[in-house]
Write a protein that binds this ligand. Sequence first.
Ligand SMILES: [Mn+2]
Length: 414
Amino acid sequence: MLRFLHAADLHLDSPLRGLARYEGAPVEAMQRALRGAVENLVRTAIERKVSLVVIAGDVYDGDCRDFNTPLFFSGQMQRLAAENIRVVLISGNHDAANKMTRSLRLPPNCRPLSPDAPETRIYEDLGVAVHGQGFAQGEVFDNLAAGYPAAIKGLYNIGLLHTSATGGQGHAPYAPCSLDDLRARQYDYWALGHIHKRQTLAEDPHIVFPGNIQGRDIGETGAKGCVIVEVDSAHNTHIDFVPLDVVRWQHLTVDLATAENEDDVLALVRQSLGECARHGEGRPIAVRVTLAGPTPMHERLAVDWQRIVQEVRNQANQAGDGDLWVEKVLPQTKPFRPPDDTALDGPIGELLTLVRELQADEAALAELAAEFPELRSGGALAEFLGGDDAWLHEELPTVESLLVGHLTGEEARR
Ligand SMILES: [Mn+2]
């Protein structure tokens, strides 16, 4: 039985963005997380007794600022060397050969494959051939896979490739190739890198993006890690995802449809945060909270938004026992209108009727706009509003919310 570990996109010492600085913001923990995930990778390789680790590019986020980063990585590879675990790696667009001015020799168990031409590394004792080519420069638009050698008969053939494959939203289209290009090599496993979202493109043979090993911002949510690949003597392949992330990013949407007062809002927020914390399996979680849904609380939230944001952070501290960090709170609620508007009788109801009539009456709206000539008399506001009156229509619901919010807010304070 052959067992190997496939990882990609370590992005060591990448600067982490998107954590606002506030009391308790885990800036240092996040910065440390990328290295922690690499330590977890090494520990997993040893614990799962793999013979081989393949890394499909972007070990580094870019040229290292100093030698600490390559020293760290080399030290981790030495831990694998001590266990006789072999490592084959290629460069990706981030750590392309021509970008890295500060690099160090890796221990002899490591074999970086050439960025200049496809190279094959054979491990007779494991019955494995690894074929691959790194990136010579940051932008590679050639189909590298097309130049890979044919499979070697009798061995388990692994293709190591940094590629956007057939797509990959938000990822540069480097070393593109089709699934048929990959299948044509007749390898047993394609160990891909570059796309940070984990996905198995095919199972015969396995064509796999393991994703990156540690999320770096709210765009990289959920469990992040590597794939352990087990191969039996008939070359049947089985893959198993293992999380390696130290800190996890999550996006939480809290539906406030049933909230009628602030206590309701915070109870719903806290319940969702509690569930989120449990899914982290003990990891710290950086969470973006979106308050959503049509809700009777829409206006109240808008009026007092800054304090609500801090209350959400406060609830996170309580629900997560210190392991939940709120990255951002987004307002996406909508006004909730009772089916029968008589519920909004009185002056507020009259105001709403007026606003809605304006929505349907082009001429009246234009007339109203004409009463505020300063909106059109130049300056930043005029530029923002543009040349036509379409914005008036678009802004009416906001006007409605603001008016009701201010009026009911006044009421509440009395
Ligand atoms: Mn990449």
